[in-house]
Design a protein around this ligand. Structure first.
Ligand SMILES: *Cc1c(COP(=O)(O)O)cnc(C)c1O
Length: 452
């Protein structure tokens, strides 16, 4: 069977799989060869390949060969990645990769962090550090804790932020994005003014609640660097400037889009990230690494360490002469060195290859937008800013989109899913695979010409 490109494969119901796979977990075992056969012939075919060049659904993946090969090495090596004592060599390599990302956005030399499972855990870890820092700053000034803590983010921010708020039991405040889906510094400044924040006040003072709403307990503002739905980058510079007078932590959620900082044509969109307090970007999204890896980086890692380092007698030894314990910067203690496949790939191909690959996806997205403008039966919902292209098939109902998605996947040609924007069902192409070509896009668009 050819694996180049990989087959797209499909999905299946639990009943179909139970019948096709038969019993696999048995008292005596079915043996490795039989289990592998079930995986090869039944189970793997019921998993859609995220790295197929015509898989444009959600945000797919496109790991490089080097990164996939090295994932096998990581899996086989039993390296414990929580502490420097146990995983020094691997942690050093991960930190090299984090350094490249930090340099891309202009973070200072002392910046650092860790690779975590994904953007959801990355956002949560950063917000926990932000609240911890706000709490400590208030305590240092003799200020009371607020009745409730809250953070601001744009109305098009990722669903994981609501989840983080739920876990932390804080209140997310969604600030309306502008007509292009962008959270602006002006909107953040206005929201902060209306809510009231307890800023540091003049030096030596006890600080004062500002605005009309009293003390709202805002501890952070989250800027999105590439929204999941549209790939829109917030006004990061403006947001940083609006947050600064209020002494607020700015976290940049770049899980998908921050990879665009590696491309010359979009680098300018990320101006201001270097002045934020933390950022995330997922190598498993647009940086060509396998699932799962999110790079989480803090401007001042000491603040994160104060929030996350676990204390116990049996861990005490880890803190002696430890240059860098990744577990100190995120939720969780034991960890796979999940940044290593990304590091190995970067080391193998070089950073210039990354810039070219990201730029290639942008070029394909722009070609897709051009094609959509030419065709009479489709139209762009918004001009693409990064590599997500959202389009409408004129005359289609939600049902038509869903029927087409099922047909397209079943045909083996591609995987493209509907999405809902302003209560309208439309569809989107998320292009993170440098092997996706304008011809792939044309082939998919051609299938939308008639009703399915
Ligand atoms: C995908 C995404 C996340 C969540 O990342 P996971 O790795 O899926 O947990 C968070 N924020 C944005 C903007 C995303 O696109």
């Amino acid at each position: 069977m050819s694996l180049d490109p990989v087959p797209l494969d499909g999905s299946a119901t639990p009943t179909e799989l139970a019948v096709r796979a038969g019993p696999t977990v048995t008292p005596d075992g079915i043996g490795g060869p039989a289990a592998l056969r079930v995986f090869d012939e039944v189970l793997s075919r019921a998993c859609i390949s995220a790295d197929h060049p015509r898989n444009l659904a959600f945000i797919p993946a496109a790991p490089t060969r080097a990164s996939i090969l090295f994932d096998l090495v990581v899996g086989a090596s039993s390296i414990y990645g929580g502490s420097w004592l146990e995983g020094a060599g691997a942690v050093h390599a991960e930190n090299e990769a984090l350094r490249w990302l930090s340099d891309l956005v202009g973070f200072p030399a002392e910046a650092g962090g860790a690779f975590v499972q994904g953007g959801t855990i990355g956002n949560l870890s950063a917000l926990v550090a932000a609240r911890h820092t706000a709490r400590a700053r208030r305590a240092a000034r003799g200020l009371p804790a607020p009745a409730r803590w809250s953070f601001l983010c744009g109305s098009e921010a990722h669903s994981s932020l609501r989840q983080a708020a739920e876990v932390m039991d804080v209140d997310p405040v969604f600030v309306a994005a502008d007509g292009d889906g962008r959270l602006t510094g002006q909107a953040v400044a206005a929201a902060l003014g209306a809510l009231g924040t307890r800023g540091p006040g003049p030096p030596g003072s006890r600080g004062a609640a500002t605005g009309t709403g009293g003390d709202s307990g805002v501890f952070a503002v989250v800027a999105t660097a590439g929204s999941t739905q549209f790939g829109v980058v917030d006004d990061i510079r403006g947001i940083v400037d609006a947050a600064r007078p209020h002494d607020l932590w700015v976290h940049v959620d770049g899980a998908y889009g921050l990879a665009g900082a590696a491309a010359p044509s979009t680098r300018h969109l990320f101006d201001g990230v270097g002045d934020a307090d933390s950022f995330i970007v997922d190598p498993h999204k647009w940086l060509f690494a396998p699932f799962d890896a999110c790079a989480l980086v803090y401007r001042d890692p000491a603040e994160a360490r104060a929030a996350h380092a676990q204390q116990a007698g049996y861990l005490e030894v880890l803190d002696r002469d430890s240059p860098w314990n990744p577990s100190d910067y995120q939720i969780g203690l034991s960890r796979r060195v999940r940044g290593l496949p990304f590091w190995f790939s970067l080391a193998t191909y070089g950073t210039r290859a990354y810039s070219r690959a990201v730029e290639g996806c942008l070029a394909t997205a722009r070609a897709a937008a051009d094609r959509i403008r030419e065709l009479p039966y489709v139209e762009l919902v918004r001009e693409p800013e990064l590599s997500v292209v959202v389009l409408r098939r004129l005359g289609w109902s939600a049902e038509d989109y869903h029927r087409w998605t099922t047909w397209l996947l079943g045909s083996g040609l591609g995987f493209v899913t509907p999405t809902v924007h302003n209560e309208e069902t439309v569809t989107r192409f998320a292009i993170v695979n440098p092997r996706t070509t304008p011809d792939d896009i044309d082939r998919i668009l051609a299938t939308m010409s008639d009703g399915r």
